[in-house]
Structure formats: C-alpha cells, structure tokens
Ligand binder design. Structure first.
Ligand code: SF4
Ligand code: MG
Length: 328
C-alpha cells in the first residue's frame, strides 16, 4: 500500500541539494492466493526494489506491506520467523544464490532445518520429495551446484523456496539467465506448482513474452511508479497507457498476425535521481499535454478493472481532461 523508497545519496555536487534516488513512488497492488501478479518494466524502473520491500530486505520510506492482513513492519521477533516461512524469494542467478559448498540435498532442506532438526533419514526423505516436486532426479541429491546445469540450479532454488510451504513466492528475473527452452520448462513448472498448491507469485521480469505466458495480472512500472495495472490479456491486446503501448510495440512479436501499435519508445529512460516533473514519461510521450509536465497523473480505475495513470488516456474527476479541453 502506497510504497515509497528513496535512497539518499549524500551531499550532492558542492553540497547543494542532497541527491535522492526515487526508486519507488506510491506503489500499491494486491495479489491473491493462486494468482500470479507480474511486474514488468525496463531496468532501473524500481521493480527489484519493490521485491526487496515485499521481502523486508529494505524498509520503506513510506507505505506498508500486508501479508494476509498483517502489516509486516508490526511483527515481533518470534512472529517474524513464522512470517519468513510464508514468504520466499527466488533470484535471477541461481548460481550466486546457492551455497557452492553444500550438496543439493543440504541446500533444499536447510530452510526447514533452521526451524527443526532433521535426522539423516528425514533429511533424505524431504530432499527426495522436494526434488520430485520440481522435476529433478533423486540422484542429483549429492551433487554440488557447480555440477548442475543452469536449469537444474533454478529448479533447486525453487525447491528450496518451496521447502517451507510458503503462501507466496517473489521471483525476481527468475528465468532471465536461462535459455529460452529451459525458461519455458521453469515457467510451466511454476504454473503447475501453483495449480497444485494455490501459491501466489509476484513475478518480476523485463521480458514481456515471459510475463504474457505466466501472468494473471500485470503491473507496468516506469521510473518507480505503476503506470498501468491490468488483467494480462487485456494489457497485451489493448494497452491503454502510452508507455505500455510503446513497450509492447517494441517487444519482438512471436505471433506475426498481431498488429503492432505505434512506434517503439524513443529516447533513454531518465534517471531516478531528480526524475522529470509531472508524468515522468512526458519527455518521451508523443501524447503529452501541458498538464503532463506539471502534475503527476493519479491512478484511475477503469471500467474493465484496470488502473491507469495518464492524464490523456485515463482522465480523472480531478483532472477531467477531455471535458476540460472541450470547454476551454
Ligand atoms: Fe503521456 Fe501525459 Fe499520459 Fe504521461 S500523462 S503518459 S505524458 S499523455
Ligand atoms: Mg532488477
């Protein structure tokens, strides 16, 4: 709810204005049991910071994260342990997130052993069960991460995340380092696991093809803000925000019958240090009007269930857009 994360950068040049990285600005969304919410955007748009805020790896400058109705910032030490069981994370590079000195069995049973001591036999049984869940042969149990392929390592990271039976997994670029064919296998594995267990995913990716495959709803981020949040199919077939439209137009289209919309986004993503005023997309937006330069567009719920922040495409009661323009 209304998450904000600013990183102060110290004094700035000649100690004038202190520099602040506005990594996340006023981000709100929810994800339900059995649902996959994707967060998509170019690198530096704040999506990984959102993941870190959800996991309480960093504290928000403002706003809060609720898990099943409880504000995670209010949890006491003993409650925190229990909360950690229910929320797990899978990272992009399984190689650097797995301890190279532990065997596959030790890696995936370690989270459970932080809560209860398993004897040798129980550990082996749990390891075999988890490996089976993620489609790995029990024989790899004794191998080190360096003896596994990239796809096997990512399956291992998923098995590790599953070991505590979480209600939600945050996956940050979880398939980005893998070959396309292995990507598809991992995405299908995640979807199967979701169907079996009702687990929720927050799936962060810069890859629209991946998002379209796995997402139920998609949040598009630009310079720290969600500019459009919509059901997956609606977003891809009829993007409303000019940035969403440009992103989809710029992505490689595997289906040649799909019509490309508009031209790809021109120009570079501006820096999150002192981002542009008003709508941060205005320097690159072909539809910008005067108000875009001065006023941040509010998030407006649309009739089809999506939320869009754009003065022109989603006029609000506060800034009625068309009517106002017609009258002026
Ligand atoms: Fe473009 Fe203005 Fe909409 Fe921003 S608010 S996306 S600048 S039209
Ligand atoms: Mg990232």
């Amino acid at each position: 709810e209304k998450l904000v994360k600013h990183y102060p950068l110290g004094g700035g040049i000649f100690n004038r204005d202190p520099l602040v990285v506005r990594a996340v600005e006023d981000v709100s969304f929810s994800v339900g049991a059995g649902e996959t919410l994707c967060i998509v955007g170019e690198s530096g748009c704040g999506k990984s910071t959102v993941a870190r805020l959800l996991m309480r790896l960093v504290d928000p400058t403002n706003g809060r994260v609720l898990l099943e109705g409880t504000d995670i910032a209010s949890l006491k030490k003993n409650e925190l342990r229990n909360w950690r069981r229910r929320m797990q994370m899978v990272f992009q590079d399984p190689y650097s997130s797995l301890n190279p000195r532990l065997t596959a069995a030790q890696i995936i049973t370690e989270p459970v052993e932080n809560f209860e001591r398993l004897g040798h036999r129980k550990r082996q049984a749990l390891a075999a069960e988890l490996l089976q869940k993620v489609g790995l042969a029990p024989e790899i149990m004794h191998r080190l991460p360096s003896e596994l392929s990239g796809g096997q390592r990512q399956r291992l990271a998923i098995a590790r995340a599953l070991s505590l039976k979480p209600s939600i997994i945050i996956a940050d670029e979880a398939v980005s380092a893998l070959d396309v064919s292995v990507q598809a296998q991992i995405l299908n594995l995640l979807m199967d696991l979701q169907e079996q267990t009702g687990i929720a995913f927050v799936f962060i990716s810069h890859d629209l093809g991946v998002v379209e495959h796995i997402g139920h709803r998609v949040a598009v981020m630009y310079l720290g803000r969600i500019v459009e949040l919509a059901p997956c199919e609606a977003l891809f077939t009829k993007p409303v925000h000019p940035y969403t439209e440009a992103l989809i137009a710029a992505a490689p289209v595997p289906d040649p019958t799909r019509v490309r919309l508009e031209a790809p986004v021109e120009g570079e993503v501006p820096s999150p240090i002192n981002p542009p005023s008003g709508c941060a997309f205005h320097p690159r937006c072909p539809f910008a009007v005067e108000r875009c330069r001065t006023t941040v567009p509010p998030s407006v719920p649309m009739a089809d269930g999506r939320v869009v922040a754009c003065h022109v495409r989603a006029p609000s009661a506060e800034f009625p857009g068309r009517q106002e323009m017609a009258g002026s």
